[in-house]
Design a protein around this ligand. Structure first.
Ligand code: ATP
Length: 918
């Protein structure tokens, strides 16, 4: 057996476990490493590469997509197409072969359009999926690397932390308070406590405590583990379950429109039947002719292209959001984003740059300024304007020297220099502390080897401190850093300027914290405690009291420039921005002022929130904009209170404990870079760049999508309205049809679709972020839009009939008069498109008249098609059209221009009357 080949027993399901070999969960940790040909510090990169070539990427084979033929066939399964196919069958029976041909051509065209659009929407989602690819922290060549989870191979050593999704099947080597939610695999909703000891060979999946399975979630703790199976060899791969990273489906609006479409189809069929009866019985028209009129009515009134165009509009919106770094995981979010009234955002890294630099250190009654910016260790420490040389530190500022040591050792980050540039691996707060230690003359990397860490209490937002245990001379010492009020409460003494321990003067320190926070600095307190020799593990009680405070550090994390701009945009758009942070209240208020969230705001703190009942909380969230020292549970309560007040809430989150708040929010926004897998799975939107500005962009795009959906509907419905009214009037009045059914199909399927498609791509209107948010229950068709649809339908009716009668009066044949009517309809559509592009704003602007390249291309395309329709002999046979004189063409264009003018006058009038609010 090759050393890296898993034993046959790697298949962990008991039913397939071979009795002869021991399954991974029954093997000891060392034995597992030996079998996998690896070591605790990981594989070499070369070996990992070789194994990757052998085992293939750690990815589940995707289910084969349905074949193109199957997808095309599916397009025919549609109520509208059934109606059309039935009409085609009847016209064929009646021997109207041309009509049959045209109707069938429309059926096929409709299916092809649906097919192409579905493909486009699918590709748009596909392009987004890779942005959500999971990552893993792996040890290779003895160093930590953050790799794409697809690159993992059996034998890799991975590090797991709370919030991670397990990237592969693993055997645990070390685990600290590790709890894993295995619901995805076992259905068990309570997280399981994991251990490293082997279990019985016949243990069921849920009982294999020393194993972790791909796709399950770490809810707490940390672990080191060795990968035993990847890709399809994993348990989840074997049961063939796909973990969807982008959920598909529809949005409430599209579902409503689909329902509306179905009802409309039935109503229209009933109306067509009534028309047939009326024509036959009352007017005594020949059955064949009145049947064609009924078919005409049905095809005229049904908005054939609408559902497809609405779907594509949404897909384009999703794609645009992805280009602006907001990845939509749940489609309804696209709509909800447009009506968001409150955005609750984390501070660090989202509103601020997360580039931390220590600016001041306060210790032993002295304030030391730290020069330099970023992670490069260039910059002097200055006390009262005089440089403190690192060599003198131990003598002149012993407390500072001790503090620098804690900064270097109680730290999980590392800094690397390449070509003079310093990059950070790990938490930025810790990176800032490493830089400080280096400016104080220490070499953290060497120091970490010299003073090896015996144990650690990792930093968690819940307890807000971190502690490490080290050997110290003959004894042991615990080094602690964390939020000042937390650490101060654990301290009994402080170090003075000569390095002596004195009882702590808590009031003076609290004042110093306050002063740092007021300058907008993030404050950490650093402390230590000597422990008895022989101590090997560290627990909370060991550091809960008796610590010696060494000092405070004040760290700046400047606001992102684009966040300042985005906050202003949101405010203009009627959206309140609320900052929720784990940081100190005063720091948070100072940063809020810099961001423009509000001047002189008093932060509401976590403990204050805890003292409030739900009613008090609802009152507070009406106005409060800064919440500090807040934990994930507070976020959940805040979302609930805001929603109870009728707000539509977007909430950001990154930690595993943020998942409930993300799910509860109307739009959960997870951080793509620093967010945990748990948060990403809970979010409806994932930000690829963790930037607040991207949320504002997503809101803007969400509003644009909604506008464009409105425009599409407002554009298409009056065309159907005008056409069907023209037919109805003709039958009721007992005159010849001004437009034939086949001609109506031509208009609906060719020019209308080509023109309406433009609306899916319409750019954002300039005032989008200057209007208040849309009420979530606002109907797509407001009273204004219903009026507009009825009004324009009437104008279309007037245009079609007016020009038809005018042509007849000029002595034209019925065929020529119908050709005039169809061309008038299409020409009016073109001008109506220019009007609809700005629902409320004037269209007679340079911007409006010049259109976009897409608009112009669509108009040119439609023009060429109409020329063919009118002059090409085969079209003349097919659609019974006749060539028109140039002067007639000019008259047709004049009608189009007149329509635009009338609609502009209507906009002006309604604007004067103040009715253009909707
Ligand atoms: P948010 O991302 O929600 O805006 P945050 O990142 O500032 O907030 P936390 O990371 O929960 O909030 O940090 C809260 C406090 O814990 C900080 O103000 C700081 O005092 C302390 N702290 C932060 N990081 C560490 C760390 N790595 N070790 C010890 N203490 C830390």
């Amino acid at each position: 057996m090759r050393p890296d080949t898993p034993p046959p027993s790697a298949s962990p399901s008991p039913s397939t476990t071979q009795a002869a070999a021991t399954p991974w969960h029954a093997l000891g940790a060392d034995e597992t490493l030996r079998m996998l040909g690896t070591q605790v510090h990981g594989l070499s990169s070369d070996e990992a590469c070789a194994r990757l070539a052998r085992h293939g990427p750690n990815r589940l084979a995707e289910a084969k997509p349905p074949s193109a033929w199957a997808r095309l066939a599916r397009q025919f399964d549609n109520l509208l197409l059934y109606v059309l196919m039935a009409a085609a069958a009847v016209t064929a029976l009646m021997g109207h072969w041309v009509d049959t041909g045209v109707i069938m051509a429309v059926v096929v065209l409709n299916a092809v359009i649906g097919f192409v659009q579905e493909g486009k929407a699918e590709r748009a989602l596909q392009a987004i999926r890779h942005l959500l690819a999971p990552h893993a922290v792996v040890l290779r060549d003895g160093r930590q690397h953050d790799v794409d989870a697809a690159e993992l191979v059996p034998g890799d050593i991975v590090l797991l932390a709370s919030g991670d999704s397990l990237p592969a099947d693993v055997r645990l080597l070390q685990a600290r308070n590790l709890r894993v939610d295995e619901a995805a695999l076992t259905g068990e909703s309570v997280p399981v406590d994991k251990r490293v000891e082997p279990v019985a060979a016949d243990a069921a999946i849920g009982d294999r405590l020393c194993m972790g399975y791909a796709g399950t979630l770490v809810t707490q703790g940390q672990a080191r583990a060795v990968v035993v199976a990847t890709g399809n060899a994993t348990e989840i791969g074997r049961i063939g379950k796909m973990l969807e990273s982008v959920e598909q489906g529809t949005t409430p609006l599209l579902a409503k429109m689909a329902g509306f479409g179905r009802t409309l189809t039935f109503v229209i069929l009933a109306a067509a039947a009534a028309l047939f009866a009326f024509g036959l019985l009352v007017r005594g028209m020949p059955a064949a002719e009145v049947f064609m009129a009924a078919v005409g009515l049905a095809v005229a009134a049904i908005p054939e292209g609408l559902p497809a165009i609405m779907t594509i509009t949404l897909a384009i919106g999703v794609q645009r959001m992805a280009q602006r770094h907001a990845v939509i995981r749940r489609l309804p979010a696209v709509e909800t984003l447009g009506s968001v009234t409150v955005i609750c955002s984390d501070k660090t890294g989202t509103l601020t740059r997360n580039e931390m630099t220590v600016q001041q250190v306060v210790c032993a009654g002295q304030t030391v300024d730290v020069e330099g910016a970023g992670y490069a260790p260039d910059g002097a420490l200055k006390l009262d304007g005089a440089v403190l040389a690192p060599a003198d530190l131990a003598r002149r500022a012993p407390a500072l020297a001790a503090l620098a040591e804690v900064a270097a050792l109680c730290n999980d980050a590392s800094l690397h220099e390449t070509d003079g540039r310093w990059t950070l691996a790990g938490d930025p707060t810790e990176g800032a502390l490493l830089t400080l230690a280096m400016k104080a003359g220490l070499n953290p990397a060497e120091l970490k080897v010299e003073r090896a860490r015996l144990d650690v209490i990792p930093f968690e937002s819940e307890h807000r401190f971190m502690a490490t245990l080290h050997a110290d001379g003959g004894g042991a010492v615990a080094l602690v850093k964390g939020a000042p009020e937390r650490v101060l409460a654990m301290c009994a003494t402080e170090l003075d300027a000569q390095g002596r321990e004195l009882p702590i003067d808590a009031a003076r320190w609290h004042a110093a914290v306050e002063a740092q926070a007021r300058a907008g600095r993030r404050v950490l307190a650093l402390a230590r405690r000597t422990l008895p020799a022989g101590k090997e593990d560290l627990d909370h009680p060991d550091v809960a009291q008796g610590l010696t405070l060494l000092g405070l550090v004040g760290i700046i994390d400047p606001p992102r420039d684009e966040a300042i701009e985005a906050v202003a945009q949101c405010t203009a758009a009627g959206i309140r921005v609320v900052m929720i942070t784990g940081d100190h209240g005063v720091t948070a208020s100072a940063i809020a002022a810099q961001l423009g969230i509000g001047e002189g705001l008093q932060a509401v703190t976590g403990p204050e929130l805890e003292a409030m009942d739900d009613a008090a909380m609802r009152e507070v969230v009406r106005t409060a904009r800064v919440f500090a020292r807040a934990s994930p549970e507070h976020k959940l309560r805040l979302v609930r209170a805001l929603k109870a007040n009728g707000e539509v809430v977007a909430m950001t989150g990154d930690g595993v404990n943020d998942a409930p708040a993300l799910k509860q929010a109307d739009v959960g926004v997870a951080m793509g870079m620093k967010g945990t897998e748990a948060a990403k799975q809970a979010g409806a939107v994932v930000l690829a760049d963790d930037n607040f500005a991207s949320i504002a962009h997503a809101v803007e795009e969400g509003r644009t999508v909604y506008d464009n959906l409105k425009k599409t509907v407002t554009f298409l419905l009056p065309i159907n309205g005008g056409e069907s009214m023209a037919l109805l009037v003709a039958v009721l009045a007992g005159v010849a049809l001004p437009i034939l059914p086949a001609q109506i199909l031509w208009v609906n399927m060719v020019s209308s679709v080509a023109l309406a498609m433009v609306l899916a791509f319409e750019p954002t209107e300039p005032d989008v972020m200057r209007r208040p948010p849309r009420a979530p229950d606002e109907p797509l068709l407001s009273r204004f839009l219903v009026w507009r649809i009825v009004f324009v339908s009437a104008l279309f009716l007037g245009g079609i009939f007016g020009m038809y009668e005018w042509a007849l009066a000029q002595g034209a044949s019925v065929e020529a008069a119908r050709t005039v009517a169809v061309n008038t309809l299409v020409c009016m559509e073109v001008f109506y498109l220019f009007s609809v592009r700005y629902l409320k704003a004037p269209s007679f602007t340079w911007q409006g008249v010049k259109g976009t390249p897409r608009v112009l291309a669509a108009v040119a395309g439609v023009f060429v098609l109409q020329l063919a329709f009118t002059y090409a002999p085969f079209m003349q046979t097919l659609f019974r059209t006749e060539a028109l004189a140039l002067a007639t063409g000019a008259a047709i264009v004049a009608v189009g221009v007149a329509l635009l003018v009338v609609l502009e006058l209507e906009k002006t009038l309604l604007r004067r009357l103040g009715a253009l609010r909707a």
